[in-house]
Design a protein around this ligand. Structure first.
Ligand SMILES: *Cc1c(COP(=O)(O)O)cnc(C)c1O
Length: 387
């Protein structure tokens, strides 16, 4: 069986060494030493000073919205994981959708200004598949209209934009370290900001609003993470270069094998170093995508429709037609990509896809064209062949 992704797992002995230290200290959660060590190592690796490790990537988005005091309308993308929209709604704000760019599948900055109203307070955009949005254009619009910018950078671990981690952009960027992401801590996430003040606000919110054992800066939530997951993060971080390199190699192998595909790949931002978080293919037609998915499933190879459906079609939002996104979601499929996938697996996947797309529908002859021979009355004749 080949799933769309498999979590990276470090050597069990490495994880156990950390677990032994947890047993010695008997300190399981609440800002423990392993959590602090992970935060420091992440700061070092990413080159970002202000970050917080939190319990998941969804609460990271919610903390960002809360900490920035965002209310009213939030301009967002219809093409992302549901958490991008549900977090906006959960925080009592209204998502307002702006269609995506047909080449990158990220929110199209050229369409943002038309969606701004007096109620608009922020832009929440996703760097889809780890491929950065047009960050400069989005920031220029935000500055002009005094809007806050949050990036859902759940897919972006290891992506750099203009030689900096892409997490460094926006008022706040958020990450997910869920097991399906290329760097993971089983469950987990992070918030990143340039502002020490915002960091302090979010640090309080992460821990019920405590700013002392018996005092509170305001309402908070439990967004803390624990020592065991921090240990997984510390183990996995040691392998990050090897994880990124394997994904890069596998992705290039895919590109080579699929160069004649009836479909295309996202256009990658020219100013970045990519992490190859996913391997999406936009097929030329929905039928072809469905046929390929079925063919692969027949061989126990499971792809995922990241992302389907369009978030602008969810029943709990103001449903809006998004012509480009509505079309893309029908035709896009993410192929398997993970650390232990072999090039032989990948060759098989590509062979099956190419076989489906090169298959010609047999043309059924019209009934009257069939020269009826009483002997083959019950036989069907297709393209001159009798079956
Ligand atoms: C995975 C993901 C999230 C949610 O992260 P969790 O850690 O699972 O809560 C949010 N946004 C996007 C785009 C994601 O892919």
């Amino acid at each position: 069986m080949i799933p769309v992704t498999k979590p990276f797992l470090p050597k069990a002995e490495d994880f156990k060494r950390y677990v032994d230290t947890i047993w010695e200290r008997q300190w399981l959660t609440n800002n423990g030493p392993l959590l602090n060590e992970l935060e420091l190592k992440l700061q070092e690796y990413l080159g970002i000073k202000h970050l917080l490790y939190v319990s998941n990537g969804t609460i990271a988005i919610q903390l960002a919205i809360k900490a920035l005091g965002i209310q009213g309308e939030v301009i967002t993308t219809p093409f992302s994981y549901v958490a991008t929209t549900s977090s906006i709604v959960w925080e009592g704000c209204t998502p307002v959708y702006v269609d995506i760019d047909p080449e990158t599948f990220n929110i199209d900055p050229a369409k943002i200004e038309a969606a701004i109203t007096p109620e608009t307070t922020a832009i929440l955009a996703t760097h889809v598949y780890g491929n950065p949005c047009d960050i400069d254009a989005i920031q220029a619009i935000a500055d002009k209209h005094q809007l806050k910018v949050i990036y859902d950078a759940a897919h972006c671990f290891g992506t750099t934009y203009k030689n900096k981690s892409v997490f460094a952009y926006g008022d706040i960027s958020t990450a997910s370290f869920h097991a399906t992401k290329l760097f993971h801590t089983i469950e987990g996430g992070a918030v990143f900001t340039k502002s020490p003040k915002l960091l302090k606000i979010m640090a309080g919110m992460r821990n019920f609003g405590h700013n002392g054992p018996e005092s509170f800066s305001g309402p908070g939530i439990n967004a803390k993470n624990c020592e065991f997951r921090a240990a997984m993060g510390l183990c996995n971080l040691k392998h990050i270069e090897e994880i990124l390199e394997t994904r890069r190699k596998l992705s290039y192998h895919y590109f080579k094998r699929l160069k004649n595909i009836k479909g295309k790949f996202p256009k990658l931002n020219a100013d970045m170093d990519y992490n190859f978080a996913y391997f999406p293919v936009l097929f030329d037609s929905e039928v072809l995508m469905q046929q390929c998915m079925k063919k692969l499933e027949g061989a126990k190879i499971y792809c995922r429709r990241y992302f389907y459906p369009s978030l602008s079609s969810l029943h709990y939002v103001n449903q809006t037609a998004m012509p480009i996104c509505d079309d893309v979601v029908k035709r896009i499929l993410c192929l398997p990509l993970y650390h232990t996938l072999t090039t032989a697996d990948l060759d098989l996947i590509c062979r099956l896809i190419m076989r489906v797309q090169n298959y010609q529908e047999p043309v059924l002859l019209k009934r009257k064209e069939i020269k009826t021979n009483p002997a083959d009355n019950n036989l069907q004749r297709i393209n001159g062949h009798t079956f």
